[in-house]
Design a protein around this ligand. Structure first.
Ligand SMILES: [Zn+2]
Length: 329
């Protein structure tokens, strides 16, 4: 990032979102307006070179028809990755991307400065600059979907830590010696409260209570998802209610621990879990307040993210725009 030239903040940027199932790109203004966007399936099984060819095609299509010029590109991609060297380091959703020099490839093909960050940090920056974190200087972001990711905005900037991996709020431990987690640890928030693990716990609860509405809301046990829990919760099912209450307690523990660590003004929660709406936000605010020291909980807001569908592209744009600000400040 320090290699970028000193200059005024960019007016428009090219934004690139690389996901395990889809690739998306967009032209985005400095205020977060999405002028144009295009997407295509990733076909991750074809390996990095073929996928990156399609990313470049997508970007060239957008640049050809763009009425504005862009002077840098931002990329959001699943980690682990090395932002400084521009490498993708074998993320679980992109098999074969082992120390893959994504930034170098894109910079060469597009003839633009390219900056990279992980998708959770990118989404945190999008909410901070354009969405639910606007007006703050200290904001925590949690995205709860298949897994749980996080991003820390401290003193008005994304905090990356020593290697770029700070903000892994999904791996805060909420149960000592608890369930095993994908990260190799035990008792992490993600092991209980990610969409995948809510569904897994729901299947276990349904097996124990085969007559419950939760069990009967799906045609077969494997079809139970977090959405099934929400449907059963809406219908007043006590088994879904007990499962959701446990989930809320674990989420409150994770959020309260994060507040104690970082003293934010606002916690923004995004991802598929926001579909739970008032089932999530109303009790979570109460439970977090009850678990947080008054000096730290006073005035902290817990808000839903502003962006869902385009958060990947807007996040990549925010990565490019905030890199320009970091260099010029
Ligand atoms: Zn973990």
């Amino acid at each position: 990032m320090t290699t970028l030239p000193l200059e005024a903040p960019t007016r428009h940027v090219l934004a690139i979102d690389i996901g395990g199932t889809k690739l998306a790109a967009g032209i985005v203004s400095a205020t977060g307006e999405l002028l144009d966007t295009a997407r295509t399936p990733t076909h991750a099984e074809q390996g990095p070179d073929r996928v990156v060819e399609r990313v470049i095609d997508l970007c060239r299509t957008l640049l050809r028809r763009s009425p504005v010029t862009v002077d840098r590109a931002g990329v959001g991609c699943g980690g682990p990755l090395d932002t400084r060297r521009g490498l993708i380091q074998n993320p679980p959703n992109l098999p074969g991307w082992i120390d893959y020099p994504l930034v170098g490839q894109l910079r060469g093909a597009l003839d633009l400065p390219v900056v990279l960050d992980n998708d959770a940090n990118a989404a945190a920056l999008a909410e901070f600059h354009f969405g639910a974190g606007r007006g703050t200087r200290h904001m925590l972001y949690l995205t709860i979907s298949t897994g749980i990711g996080g991003g820390l905005i401290l003193n008005g900037q994304l905090y990356r830590g020593k290697r770029g991996n700070a903000g892994e709020l999904g791996h805060i431990q909420v149960q000592a010696g608890g369930l095993p987690c994908n990260c190799g640890g035990q008792g992490c928030l993600e092991a209980y409260a990610s969409g995948t693990n809510i569904a897994r716990r729901a299947r276990e609860a349904a097996a124990q209570h085969p007559q419950s509405l939760l069990a009967r809301s799906a045609p077969r046990p494997e079809a139970i998802t977090a959405q099934t829990v929400l449907t059963a919760l809406d219908a007043g099912d006590p088994v879904a209610r007990a499962l959701w209450n446990d989930t809320l307690d674990l989420l409150a523990a994770g959020v309260a621990s994060s507040i104690h660590a970082f003293d934010p003004e606002r916690v923004v929660i995004g991802g598929g879990i926001t579909n739970f709406g008032d089932h999530l936000f109303v009790p979570l605010r109460e439970r977090v307040a009850a678990r947080t020291m008054p000096a730290l909980s006073d005035g902290v807001e817990i808000r839903p993210a502003a962006f869902a569908q385009n958060v990947g592209v807007l996040g990549a744009a925010a990565v490019a725009l905030s890199a320009a600000l970091e260099v010029s400040s």
